[in-house]
Design a protein around this ligand. Structure first.
Ligand code: H53
Length: 837
């Protein structure tokens, strides 16, 4: 209140208030002003980076005006807000997206053109904001876009890592990790040095008897660090609404560093404390779907969760509402179990600091949180060791025990004497040492738990969480199928296709209501339309071929079938099966007579993706892909019939170029392992067909687009456990698929260089139980690939399939996903912000 301007003086402010640039000239003036003043450069030394910086700053000014207005409006209306807690936000680039969302791209294009710059080159200067590993982080980014576009008051809360996901270099065929320092020049962030939260670790808990006889727990004596807020405006598409992403950065609580130590000459330990604090938000853990259980990661989680909750509560308290209204003003979504400590932290604040009764506090907690599960993979389910938690967060450990005790007492009451059930649902696992099952904590502390695709939600209800369905009933466990934002993944990534669709549908409303795409079906028989459609696909392939040539020196023919698999490298995603299939293709081509070969469909197999630095088998898979490329790509017998490309450092901005260029993309995880997948949606939305297993969202995609439009193969999820069992116990052992055996023989013969490199990979299948069922699915995979070849020959019917598929993709917009969250979990309404005249 003290900070606001007295009423009589506000008129002066209003007159002077910042305004948005409207036309080309105003935009240009802003760009030049920023280049000359903010950047202190001139027309004599303004390169593309300078132009990018000037354009970004000009646009940023515009975003800020709408952003401020939005936040004022949300406060004024006092609407319920949702807070999306995610350790990852894989945002990619901002400039292009912001220009498109705000609707000024053409203005900017013309303006920059006259200043001597091509907008594409300017856009290309931006460093990706890569604060995520893969699907989970990119989903969070799509959700922010949809929340903003749909006018929901929704904030993201995350960590401002100094280093995002590492940059991948391929050196001699191996992955090498290089740090990703992305903060050099970042026009999109606003440091809020006035928003600082103290966060404590370690220390001890003391009991104190109050005057009224109650006992209180006091947590004290720990080490304190500070969280500083950095804000990022999130503009919606074709709306004034601009939401906020708040990321926390860590710093020492005692200012710069300990001056006493410094003055006493103990420089090193003075600096060490500072570094310890700064380390918390220094780096993103580079694991996707793997829990590493490191102390620093637990520190990151608590640091972020605690800062975010304090911030949320501070905002709530400004409304002077009683605590029991908290869940009516605040919804908090837990993106996986990474923020599950928020449940404990809110309970702690309510009982220890706000002095609410335990039961009242717990009622508020459970009405506030929703938990999204994104995986059933056992190695990805977070467990923290009890001694570690005890040491780092002693008060939280006590509260976890309390939560567990009261929960188990409830279970005992409902199912008297069922001790096995108690053991199965206990938050504490009786391992050595004991550990905390974070997913169980998240379920118990939330009012809704959702999976991310139908099959996945069924699986969690019937396998990993089945005992909780027994305890809580079925209503608590829902499905909300993932989606992707059509603004970035169609309009921005594939402007030509987006324009063609607009032309056919008579406008771009489909970008806000993706179900309108079904209007394309009316034009299915229009010959010219089909041709235009395929010409755009070809142009996108030319764009990718050019990039491949520039970065790998390998020439690929854009008339070939482009077969793409880009995603994190993981055994469950089975890039190994893809490369084995390619070897099979190579051997088959080699065995053909030259006349026979002429009939083969030329194919370019493209891979991209990072392996976690400590995931040795994933790195071996990359090594095999590059080794096969080295041989195949210069085999004169093969020529254009087969090329194998590994695109270095796959990230969001590269995805925007790669995805529109696919004829076929691969989503071939072992059934039951990929919770949803989201790149499958992006590929189909861009007119590529998919080859895939009956897994994750593939199932619903095929249901929507029709099975004519997809190539599915492989065993189904329900038969996986039995097949795995057979690999270990059946006598005689299941025989290795014979085509796969030929592939292994070729590798072991040294066809692709030193066979020893690849032996562990082969052994994991031949000796190690083939956990991912590569051998079991190989033949049907090869058959599906043959069908792809066969159908690709008829370009006209291929065009028909491609258009039909896109027309039926409306369901997979993240707008639909967000509306489902809003209605089924968050109970929030859109709050439109009045447009500026
Ligand atoms: O989350 C995506 C899913 C995808 C799943 C992924 C994911 C991570 O990227 C990291 C951790 C985790 O538990 C899950 O693997 O299937 O599409 C978004 O839901």
């Amino acid at each position: 209140v003290e900070a606001s301007i007295p009423k009589p003086l506000r008129e002066t402010w209003r007159k002077l208030a910042a305004t948005e640039f409207k036309g080309k000239e105003e935009f240009q003036r802003e760009v030049v002003r920023h280049v000359e003043t903010t950047l202190a450069r001139s027309m004599y030394n303004c390169d593309e980076l300078g132009a990018y910086s000037g354009a970004a700053l000009a646009l940023r000014d515009r975003l800020v005006i709408a952003w401020n207005k939005t936040q004022q409006q949300h406060t004024f209306v006092d609407s319920k807000r949702v807070y999306y807690l995610s350790l990852e936000f894989l945002m990619g680039r901002t400039l292009d997206n912001a220009m498109l969302n705000v609707g000024v791209k053409q203005t900017a294009r013309d303006g920059l053109d006259e200043l001597g710059f091509r907008i594409e080159d300017v856009i290309d200067q931006e460093h990706d904001a890569a604060l995520g590993n893969g699907g989970l982080g990119r989903l969070a980014a799509c959700f922010l876009d949809s929340l903003a576009t749909l006018n929901y008051p929704g904030w993201g809360y995350g960590l401002r890592y100094r280093y995002g996901i590492f940059k991948q270099e391929i050196i001699d065929g191996h992955q090498v990790e290089v740090p990703d320092y992305w903060l050099d020049f970042n026009p999109w962030e606003f440091p809020r040095h006035d928003i600082v939260v103290d966060i404590m670790f370690y220390g001890y808990v003391r009991k104190q008897i109050e005057e009224d006889g109650t006992t209180r727990s006091i947590w004290e004596g720990g080490e304190v660090v500070q969280a500083v807020a950095y804000d990022y405006p999130i503009p919606g598409f074709d709306t004034e609404n601009t939401n906020n992403l708040r990321l926390w950065s860590s710093r020492p609580a005692s200012g710069e560093f300990d001056f006493q130590k410094f003055n006493a000459g103990d420089y090193e330990s003075a600096v060490r404390e500072q570094q310890r604090a700064e380390t918390i938000s220094a780096v993103l853990y580079p694991n996707d779907n793997i829990d590493a259980g490191k102390e620093l990661r637990l520190k990151q989680q608590y640091f972020w969760v605690s800062a975010s909750l304090h911030d949320i509560i501070r905002r709530f308290k400004k409304t002077h509402r009683p605590w029991d209204q908290f869940p009516e003003r605040v919804a908090i979504q837990l993106n996986d179990t990474h923020p599950a400590l928020a449940i404990v932290e809110l309970q702690r604040i309510l009982i220890d600091i706000e002095h609410l009764s335990y039961d009242k506090a717990w009622g508020i907690v459970t009405r506030t949180f929703g938990y999204t599960n994104h995986t059933v993979l056992p190695e990805a389910l977070e467990k923290w060791s009890v001694p570690l938690m005890q040491h780092l967060l002693p008060r939280h450990m006590q509260i976890i025990y309390d939560i567990n005790l009261f929960f188990l007492q409830g279970v005992e009451k409902k199912f008297p004497g069922d001790r096995e059930l108690l053991m199965k649902v206990s938050i504490i696992e009786e391992s050595q040492p004991q550990s905390i099952r974070m997913a169980f904590l998240a379920i118990i502390g939330s009012h809704k738990v959702n999976g991310v695709a139908e099959l996945h939600s069924d699986l969690i209800r019937t396998t990993i969480f089945k005992d909780f369905v027994t305890v809580f009933g079925t209503d608590k466990f829902i499905n909300i199928t993932n989606g992707v934002t059509p603004r970035r993944w169609l309009h921005q990534a594939n402007p030509k296709l987006s324009d063609l669709i607009s032309e056919k549908l008579g406008g771009d409303s489909f970008l806000k209501d993706l179900t309108l795409l079904d209007g394309l079906l009316e034009h299915l028989d229009d010959k010219q339309f089909r041709k235009d459609w395929m010409d755009i696909k070809y142009a996108n392939k030319v764009r990718l071929a050019k990039y491949i040539k520039e970065t790998t020196q390998i020439a690929v023919n854009p008339a070939s079938l482009f077969d793409i698999q880009v995603k994190r490298i993981h055994e469950y995603k089975r890039q190994q099966m893809n490369i084995f299939g390619i070897i099979h293709r190579y051997l088959t081509l080699k065995a053909m007579k030259p006349e026979q070969r002429k009939k083969a469909v030329p194919r370019v197999s493209i891979f991209g993706g990072k392996a976690a630095p400590g995931y040795w088998m994933a790195k071996t898979i990359i090594r095999l892909i590059t080794a096969v490329g080295d041989v195949v790509n210069c085999d004169k017998d093969i020529g254009d019939l087969l090329k194998v490309i590994f695109i270095e450092d796959y990230n969001v901005s590269k995805a925007e170029m790669i995805i529109p260029a696919s004829d076929i993309s691969e989503h071939i995880s072992t059934a039951g392992t990929e919770a949803s997948g989201t790149s499958n949606m992006k590929f189909v939305l861009n007119g590529g067909l998919i080859i895939g297993t009956v897994d994750g969202a593939n199932v619903e995609i095929v249901e929507q687009i029709g099975d004519e439009q997809a190539f599915t193969f492989g065993h189904l999820a329900h038969s996986v456990p039995e097949l795995r069992h057979q690999h270990h116990f059946a006598k005689p052992k299941p025989v290795l698929d014979k085509c796969l055996k030929a592939v292994f023989d070729a590798i072991l013969k040294g066809t692709f260089g030193t066979p020893e490199l690849f032996e562990p990979l082969i052994n994991s299948i031949t000796e190690g139980g083939d956990y991912y069922l590569v051998s079991d699915d190989f033949q049907s995979y090869i058959d599906a690939q043959s069908l792809v070849d066969e159908l690709y020959v008829d370009k006209d019917s291929w065009a028909e399939r491609s258009i039909t598929a896109v027309a039926k993709m409306g369901f997979f917009s993240s707008d639909r996903t967000i509306v489902e969250y809003a209605e089924q979990i968050w109970n929030i309404e859109p709050v439109p912000v009045p447009r500026q005249k």
